[in-house]
Design a protein around this ligand. Structure first.
Ligand SMILES: Cc1cc2nc3c(=O)[nH]c(=O)nc-3n(C[C@H](O)[C@H](O)[C@H](O)COP(=O)(O)OP(=O)(O)OC[C@H]3O[C@@H](n4cnc5c(N)ncnc54)[C@H](O)[C@@H]3O)c2cc1C
Length: 380
């Protein structure tokens, strides 16, 4: 077993970290408070070669694997998970489906423009009554001649108000007896008539990201916008999550490492009874536990991503990585706030932002319980 990263992988890590420090760091507080990001942020990430990392070279991307995506995502989230997500992960979110299942024409039409930041995408799966239980999604895309007519709504959609298109999970075969064969993925351009978007403000964390509720009322979409096979949408989405969960796990590694970095610096600067906090064994033990847990989640995340890249996708391992990374990130950031004392509780401290940001890792792309179900099912 060789854990050595290649020279290219190390350079990618460095590039992602430098980008985050120089470009995202100065904007973190502002966009967290204003609950927004701008296309300029995505453009800067494009310049750094961090947008559409998974897009193959023939479509303008660097053609990185899941491990490289995880390495870069970790470094960006070390500085700011919300803005890092907006710039790197969310900008192309959902479009992994085009790489996996799209036609040659669809790949040529969308992928190169994502890498240049000319297009932003979204993945619209969740509905008010179907998050974990995604197969209960009720939005329909019914065939009418050469078109689908879409009706229904989606909620908590990242990039909902700012995207150019969304890859949407819709029922296209309502008559299918097997409920897992009713849905398909349909690419819906965001400016089509009949679409209403409502920004959801006041999120606890990752406040720089855009989140929205989307309604579809008789939205006409050409049939050529079908992504993948009709009736296979559920399986397509499951495959999508099996790959992208490693990216979410990497967000947990990054936000935790960032919290540890800041805490190690803080405890050396802050005095207690005329001695730096770092000289107290209780503080050292807590830092040691934080560092150990981060190393654990880093290893499981890298292993899960590495297996994806070898074509050995392991849903159990990916679910383990995502679940434990989220849980540990919340714990590590909690300890970081504790060690920062009153300063960690202030609105202008980076550490309280990390604490708020980390919590989403236990919810999106499958709540922890959804991952535990995936793991448990494979134990029997
Ligand atoms: C900031 C943010 C961004 C998001 N971005 C997107 C996006 O871009 N695209 C998208 O499609 N969705 C997105 N989501 C939605 C997200 O993926 C869902 O919130 C998530 O899948 C959980 O679904 P839910 O909220 O409906 O919770 P529910 O499914 O209602 O679950 C509520 C609680 O019940 C538990 N639970 C559910 N089922 C079981 C079970 N069988 N056994 C035990 N416990 C169970 C869950 O773990 C959870 O604790 C986003 C959400 C947020 C908050």
């Amino acid at each position: 077993m060789d854990f050595t990263l290649s020279e290219e992988q190390r350079q990618l890590q460095e590039r992602a970290y430098r980008f985050a420090v120089e470009k995202l760091g100065p904007l973190s507080k502002k966009y967290d408070q204003e609950e927004k990001f701008t296309r300029e942020v995505v453009r800067m990430a494009c310049e750094a070669g961090l947008v559409g990392c998974f897009i193959p070279k023939q479509y303008g991307g660097p053609g990185y694997g899941s491990l490289e995506v995880a390495l870069a995502m970790e470094q960006v989230c070390r500085i700011d998970m919300g803005l890092g997500m907006a710039a790197m992960g969310a900008a192309t979110f959902g479009s992994e489906n085009i790489v996996f299942f799209g036609t040659e024409e669809q790949k040529r039409k969308y992928l190169p423009r994502l890498v240049k930041g000319e297009l932003l995408s979204a993945g619209a799966y969740t509905e008010p009554d179907s998050g974990t239980d995604v197969v209960s999604g009720r939005t329909t895309a019914i065939r009418q001649g050469d078109e689908y007519v879409v009706n229904g709504s989606k909620i908590f959609i990242t990039n909902g108000t700012v995207c150019d298109y969304m890859i949407t999970f819709c029922i296209t075969s309502p008559e299918a007896e097997n409920r897992y064969r009713r849905h398909s993925l349909v690419l819906i351009e965001a400016d089509r008539k009949g679409i209403t978007k409502q920004k959801i403000a006041g999120k606890m964390g990752i406040r720089a990201t855009d989140t929205a509720e989307i309604s579809f009322k008789d939205v006409h979409v050409p049939r050529e916008n079908l992504i993948g096979q009709e009736g296979m949408g559920f399986y397509h989405v499951m495959h999508f999550f099996d790959v992208t969960r490693t990216m979410v796990a990497a967000q947990g590694v990054g936000v935790s490492q960032g919290a540890l970095d800041r805490t190690v610096k803080y405890v050396q600067e802050k005095n207690f009874k005329a001695k730096p906090l770092s000289t107290y064994q209780r503080v050292q033990f807590l830092l040691a536990e934080m560092a150990t847990k981060i190393e654990l989640i880093r290893n499981i995340t890298y292993k899960a991503a590495w297996k994806v890249d070898r074509g050995e996708i392991d849903p159990k391992l990916n679910a383990m990585a995502k679940y434990i990374s989220g849980e540990m990130a919340v714990w590590v950031c909690d300890m970081a706030v504790r060690l920062h004392g009153e300063y960690g509780y202030q609105a202008d401290s980076d550490i309280q932002r990390s604490y708020r940001d980390a919590k989403i890792l236990e919810i999106y792309e499958g709540a922890k319980e959804a991952e535990k179900l995936t793991i448990a099912r494979r134990l029997f």
